[in-house]
Design a protein around this ligand. Structure first.
Ligand code: ZN
Length: 141
């Protein structure tokens, strides 16, 4: 009997985070940038934590970064995911940190400082979620 296809649940979208999830659904990784002081921030929120400005720009990110830390999750299990889940904090090259999952890597090969790149996985309701995988050294110029 074939395994049922696992499906990631759709992200919980709020008024503040819609800009991020709408971009992800289109295969783009974005961040908010303060329209006053220029600081990047993630996750999206209405006010700059540095200068308290409400002016918001949105910038597209390269989608590359390094693993700051990671955890290999075995429990509790949710049928929507394959285990173990490889959870990671990724420091993006633009200077912000995101929480995501790692794919296309054996859990024993993950290293702090490893170079990774974003890709997008289908989730519920036609949405997509950004995930990260090791950058192939052969493709780095
Ligand atoms: Zn600011």
């Amino acid at each position: 009997m074939a395994e049922p296809a696992s499906t990631r649940p759709a992200p919980v979208v709020t008024d503040d985070s819609a800009v991020f999830w709408d971009a992800a659904a289109a295969g783009r990784l974005i961040a908010q940038r303060c329209g006053s002081c220029g600081r990047l921030r993630h996750p999206p929120r209405p006010m700059c934590p540095q200068c308290h400005s409400l002016d918001i720009d949105v910038v597209e990110l390269a989608g590359t970064g390094t693993i700051y830390s990671y955890a290999i999750l075995h429990h509790p299990q949710n049928p929507a995911f394959e285990y173990p889940v490889l959870a990671a904090l990724v420091d993006l090259d633009e200077g912000i940190r995101v929480v995501s999952n790692l794919t296309d890597v054996d859990k024993g090969d993950i290293r702090i400082g490893m170079r990774v790149e974003v890709h997008f996985a289908d989730a519920g309701n036609g949405s997509k979620v950004p995930l990260f995988r090791p950058v192939d050294p052969a493709t780095v110029s």
